[in-house]
Design a protein around this ligand. Structure first.
Ligand code: NDP
Length: 249
């Protein structure tokens, strides 16, 4: 893994931060993408400096994952300043929940652009480099709700579910080139956002999870670490469900 570069989109967020720490600990040059219009550069720099103080050598890269040209600029900068991206974790995501009869066009497109079109933008921009190098990993962070659907999430479930088709098709295209393409579908993960939900509501959610607790961001990062490593070389086109038994298939 020496000198391999791992980019996590939306890397300064709840799960992204833990993934970046794990990838840095594993010895990769971990780069967190952030978008300066939603996360000010000063905040991203503080995020980087705090992690460096903790001993994680992480980098940051500004780019709007919904915008192909912005992603192209970002990858150009990463290539020249850090190195070619070997591991891409498509993690940036948002929710804009509403039942379909109340969903606005904006809510639909915002979610599709951020959660799905971002996967095209970033994967398209790294795939040629990976093919030329004969090695690569693309890991899409989907969701259990892409597998089972969720009330008020036609937009989010559609985007997350489409990631499976994308991964399977691209996996076929690049299987002989040393590149794997997979999805991870987390269940309920105890990020600060989830832990901020009222305790009585949290208890009701936990009651639906067979193992009886939320997952941790570390448990998602463990799977990213495994798929990124050579141990995961024979896993491609797969969806790894990390959901405590919430949905089995
Ligand atoms: P966060 O909101 O903490 O992380 C998502 C990150 O993506 C944020 O940093 C966000 O920035 C960033 N982002 C949003 N829009 C853009 C953009 N246009 N360009 C670049 N970055 C952008 O959420 P989580 O860490 O909880 O989620 C990470 C992934 O895991 C998501 O894809 C989510 O759908 C998935 N997931 C999470 C689960 C959970 O229980 N937490 C369960 C299942 C799946 P900002 O915050 O400023 O908008």
């Amino acid at each position: 893994m020496a000198n391999k570069v791992a980019l996590v989109t939306g890397g300064t967020g709840g799960i992204g931060t833990v993934m970046c720490k794990r990838l840095a600990k594993d010895g990769y040059k971990a780069v967190a993408n952030y978008y300066s219009k939603v996360v000010p550069t000063a905040d991203a720099e503080k995020w980087r400096d705090d992690l460096r103080k903790e001993g994680y050598d992480v980098h940051i890269a500004d780019g709007d994952v919904t915008n192909f040209a912005s992603c192209a600029d970002m990858f150009k900068k990463i290539n020249s300043e850090i190195g070619q991206v070997d591991i891409l974790v498509n993690n940036a995501g948002i929710t804009r929940d509403a039942p379909l009869h109340k969903m606005t066009e904006q809510q639909w497109y915002d979610v599709i652009n951020t959660n799905l079109n971002s996967v095209f933008n970033c994967s398209r921009l790294v795939i040629e480099g990976m093919i030329a190098k004969g090695w690569g990993r693309i890991i899409n962070i989907s969701s259990v709700n892409g597998q089972k659907g969720a009330y008020g999430q036609t937009n989010y479930s559609s985007a997350k579910s489409a990631m499976y088709g994308f991964a399977k098709s691209l996996a076929l295209e690049v299987a002989k080139k040393g590149i794997t393409v997979n999805c991870i579908s987390p269940g309920y993960i105890g990020t600060s956002m989830v832990m901020a939900i009222k305790e009585e509501i949290r208890e009701k959610i936990v009651a639906q999870v067979p193992v009886g607790r939320f997952g941790s961001p570390e448990e998602i990062a463990n799977m990213v670490s495994y798929l990124a490593s050579d141990l995961g070389a024979y896993i491609t086109g797969a969806n790894m469900a990390v959901n405590g038994g919430l949905h089995m298939y």
